[in-house]
Ligand binder design. Structure first.
Ligand SMILES: NC(=O)c1ccc[n+]([C@@H]2O[C@H](COP(=O)([O-])OP(=O)(O)OC[C@H]3O[C@@H](n4cnc5c(N)ncnc54)[C@H](OP(=O)(O)O)[C@@H]3O)[C@@H](O)[C@H]2O)c1
Length: 239
């Protein structure tokens, strides 16, 4: 059935990929002025106008990740309070809420994390995303996606050959998303578990190998791979 879908943060990196997907659904991509997650009335006004069945909530603060250590107000406001506001607005209007969280909520040590595993966010960014999850989880008509995605082509000239993750490119996540609209609960989204260098090399033969030094302050978790069995039961993910 054709649905009205409001995408928050639709002007961001991933939102721009959603714009190019052809779908039977009617998608709305409000600007921050039309739909501000820190302004409850602006959200209700936009909902009254567009009558959405579903909200895909992307808006927030993601990068640069280091900034979440320095400007905690921005992290708390946009990712925790902003997401709580979106949840309350959806709950008030009985709108299905789909929230983009991250695989960084898992400890990032042994990998292959599934949706029921214990959580230990890797950094402040991940804590703020988990803070967002907490409010979304209170609302039953919701879906939390723990996403491991990156831009295509791979944006860095160098890639870690001793760090594993489950990257999937944005455009693939965008396609999969529309097959999950009627799901609830928590679902991991990502691709094959592999070293970042091996992933990047497939699209960019020139990418250089580097190694994350265990004795320095680590920038990314050594193994943030996720178990995608739950996703595979719904959509066949090709490697
Ligand atoms: N990128 C990844 O690899 C990745 C991986 C896993 C999960 N995620 C999650 O996926 C989501 C989308 O990521 P992204 O990389 O596309 O993010 P992004 O490029 O940083 O986009 C963030 C969006 O939020 C909007 N925004 C900021 N403050 C707002 C406010 N007060 N009210 C309404 N909108 C506001 C921004 O609008 P302005 O530009 O106008 O400020 C922008 O459109 C995020 O929640 C992120 O945590 C991303």
């Amino acid at each position: 059935m054709k649905k009205n879908i409001v995408v928050t943060g639709g002007t961001g990196r991933f939102g721009n990929h959603l714009k190019s997907i052809s779908t039977k659904h009617k998608l709305f991509f409000p600007t921050k002025n039309q739909f501000n997650i820190l302004n409850f009335n602006s959200m209700l006004k936009y909902f009254n106008k567009t009558k959405p069945d579903i909200v895909i909530h992307l808006a927030g603060f993601s990068r640069p990740m280091e900034l979440h250590e320095k400007d905690i107000n921005k992290s708390i406001n946009l990712n925790i309070i902003g997401t709580a506001n979106v949840t309350m607005a959806c709950s008030q209007k009985n709108i299905k809420l789909i929230y983009f969280s991250t695989n960084y909520v898992y400890p990032g040590i042994n990998g292959n994390y599934n949706e029921d595993d214990p959580l230990k966010p890797f950094n402040n960014y991940a804590w703020s995303k988990l803070g967002g999850e907490c409010s979304v989880k209170l609302y039953k008509n919701s879906l939390i996606l723990r996403v491991c995605m990156t831009e295509k082509p791979f944006i860095h000239k160098k890639a870690f050959a001793n760090v594993k993750t489950s990257f999937m490119y944005h455009d693939e996540v965008a396609k999969i998303l529309f097959k999950l609209l009627n799901k609830q609960g928590i679902i991991n989204i990502g691709g094959k578990a592999q070293y970042i260098y091996n992933f990047a090399k497939k699209e960019n033969k020139k990418v250089k190998k580097i190694y994350q030094n265990k004795n320095m302050k680590i920038k990314v978790p050594f193994d943030s791979t996720i178990n995608i069995k739950k996703l595979q039961k719904i959509v066949k993910v090709k490697f």
